[in-house]
Design a binder for this molecule. Structure first.
Ligand code: ADP
Length: 199
């Protein structure tokens, strides 16, 4: 297989930045599946599976599921046929250890682009409190939201520099309408991906 036949993307950003909404749009645009570890965990919790039972309390506290378990779930998901030509990861990797695990799964190839969806802390907390009213997610109480922001700052924010050093970071302002943000992302990604092809 030649190097550029796949499109491997990641969207990263603080809880509440709107990753899930934009992930669906990006995936549709590039014809790849959106793979969200948060969605996988929530589906298992609502389905009452052994995995769901294992992670429910952790997620409701706003903490991270252990790397080993999360890595295993993603490795399994990436072997499914629909991910062969590429994917958009949402919510994974979230720790430096998970980045290394993903590198191993990709076996010498790497992500093509990482969208960093930026939004300031007050704005994201306000959005999540609003979502709590609409969706009733168990990890959207004010204390847990703040804890998730702290976990992001400590464990996930360091990944930004790492992807920047790899030359694949596409920072995008997450403030504005869904469509305006989607357009910024599409422009940023198109530029990053076409640079890749011409190298
Ligand atoms: P958020 O909008 O808070 O980023 P997600 O749906 O991505 O929401 O994740 C919800 C929760 O699922 C996280 O707070 C964490 O407990 C768990 N989770 C999701 N992805 C990961 C991951 N890559 N590693 C560990 N835990 C994860």
């Amino acid at each position: 297989m030649t190097q550029n036949t796949t499109t491997r993307l990641l969207i990263i950003g603080p809880p509440g930045a709107g990753k899930g909404t934009q992930a669906g749009k990006i995936a549709a645009r590039y014809g790849v599946p959106a793979i969200s570890t948060g969605d996988i965990f929530r589906a298992n919790i609502s389905g009452g599976t052994p995995l769901g039972q294992q992670v429910q309390a952790i997620i409701e506290r706003g903490e991270l599921v252990p790397d080993e378990l999360t890595n295993e779930i993603v490795a399994d998901r990436l072997t499914q046929e629909d991910a062969a030509a590429g994917f958009l990861l949402d919510g994974y990797p979230r720790t430096v250890d998970q980045v290394h695990a993903l590198d191993g799964m990709l076996d010498g190839s790497s992500l093509d682009a990482v969208v960093l969806l930026e939004a300031d802390a007050d704005e994201v907390v306000a959005r999540l409190l609003k979502r709590a009213e609409l969706e009733g997610r168990a990890d959207d109480t004010e204390d847990v939201i703040r804890h998730r922001q702290d976990v992001y700052a400590e464990q996930t924010a360091p990944l930004i520099e790492l992807f920047s050093e790899r030359g694949i970071l596409v920072p995008v302002d997450g403030l504005g309408t869904v469509d305006a943000v989607a357009e910024r992302i599409a422009n940023g990604l198109d530029a990053q991906l076409s640079a890749r092809v011409s190298h």
